[in-house]
Design a protein around this ligand. Structure first.
Ligand code: ADP
Length: 194
């Protein structure tokens, strides 16, 4: 299996790049944000629990997120690879993902950071807020909270993978095509090594 983490602040383009990758490779795309939004729209107990955190721009508690992620991975035992989008977002989530991969006799092959500054993120998300239908995309203070949470809780996860020699950084302010080309070059190199 080839497993990739798409990493970066909210609005950095992870979903866009995951879509491009899924067309090129036969990978399973797991977006924890999409999964939570689906639970929300179906008004499930999990959705009800997650809503207050999401609307305020806070992270959903680790144990809830991890249980949901594990279930999704277990539902797809035969995939050739997984793109993790929006997970892991905390150090405990990264440790859990490590255990999960080991249980499956697999591994994370690379983490790619889509590097985008706070002001660009705010502009992009307010722009998509007009059409995304997401409550957390409408208010600048909520968007800034999400960015702050990224810096405080999520960015340390980068160091975890950097210490393993698996972390890469791509300039996420380029056009989607340029970002995709940069990701492609990294994966191509990694696939050859695998
Ligand atoms: P974005 O990256 O644009 O902020 P996502 O769609 O990835 O949006 O996530 C939306 C919200 O879902 C987050 O703000 C958070 O509340 C929740 N969420 C998604 N993934 C995680 C995670 N791994 N851990 C905790 N909360 C998460």
């Amino acid at each position: 299996m080839y497993n990739l983490i798409l990493f970066g602040p909210p609005g950095s383009g992870k979903g866009t790049q995951a879509g491009i990758l899924v067309e090129q490779h036969d990978f399973l795309h797991i977006s924890t944000g999409d999964m939570f939004r689906e639970e929300l729209s179906r008004n499930t107990p999990l959705g009800k629990e997650a809503r207050a955190y999401m609307d305020a721009g806070h992270l959903v508690p680790d144990e809830v997120t991890i249980a949901m992620l594990r279930k999704r991975v277990d539902e797809h035992p035969d995939v050739t690879g997984i793109i993790f989008d929006g997970f892991p977002r905390t150090d405990p989530q990264a440790a859990e993902l490590n255990d999960l991969m080991r249980e499956k006799d697999s591994q994370i092959n690379a983490l790619i950071l889509l590097d985008v500054d706070a002001d660009t993120v705010v502009q992009r998300i307010l722009g998509r807020g007009a059409t995304s239908g997401r409550a957390d995309d409408l208010k600048e203070d909520v968007i800034r909270t999400r960015y702050e949470n990224f810096l405080n809780y999520t960015s340390p996860v980068f160091d975890f993978y950097e210490n393993l020699g698996l972390a890469h950084r791509v300039d996420g302010t380029q056009t989607p095509e340029q970002v995709a080309a940069a990701i492609d070059a990294i994966i191509g190199r990694r696939l050859q090594e695998a």
